[in-house]
Write a protein that binds this ligand. Structure first.
Ligand SMILES: C[S@@+](CC[C@H](N)C(=O)[O-])C[C@H]1O[C@@H](n2cnc3c(N)ncnc32)[C@H](O)[C@@H]1O
Length: 155
């Protein structure tokens, strides 16, 4: 039994995420805290105005076909409430970032790995490279996926 369980940006990749969430609740001691931070890509889908949006949408399709779920956290506060947890508190944070920033480099590396895998299949990756290169431009503003942070207590 644990007094605190924390997970961040990982359940989205686990196809059995619902079952895992229940197990995390089960291993909490009475009065224990569950702290889950997961992404919702709605901010990229609706707010980003650059090639990062179309680049990300292609990545989301690919990772979804492998069992990841880039929008899974949308229901998370309600889900954690329905699991019987108490005092559920939630907030979303959506970083906007400039090209050539640390966050731009993070996405370039992350999405660049998916680009490399796609390139290995012989697919034309010209558009991928054009959109990845946009992230080098410090005059441009991009929108990250939102992180929804939910904290709740086992009663
Ligand atoms: C976006 S990273 C988040 C890493 C870290 N929690 C953070 O917040 O910086 C996703 C993590 O999920 C892990 N992961 C992906 N699929 C997984 C799986 N099926 N089971 C367990 N971990 C997995 C990866 O190894 C990676 O560390």
């Amino acid at each position: 039994m644990f007094d605190l369980v924390h997970t961040r940006w990982t359940l989205m990749h686990i196809p059995e995420r619902e079952r895992v969430l229940q197990k995390l609740v089960d291993c909490l001691a009475p009065g224990g805290t569950l702290f889950v931070e997961e992404p919702d890509a709605i901010s990229v889908r609706t707010l980003d105005r650059s090639g990062f949006r179309s680049l990300s949408l292609r990545v989301f399709e690919i990772v979804q076909s492998r069992g990841s779920h880039p929008d899974w956290s949308r229901d998370l506060p309600f889900k954690m409430t329905s699991l019987g947890l108490g005092n559920v508190r939630a907030e979303g944070e959506t970083p906007y970032f400039r090209g050539a920033s640390e966050l731009a480099e993070f996405w370039q590396i992350s999405w660049g790995r998916v680009r490399d895998a796609v390139a290995q299949t012989g697919t034309d990756i010209t558009q991928w490279d054009r959109e990845l290169a946009e992230l080098d431009d410090p005059t441009r503003l991009f929108v990250s996926p939102m992180t929804i942070a939910v904290i709740a207590t086992k009663t």
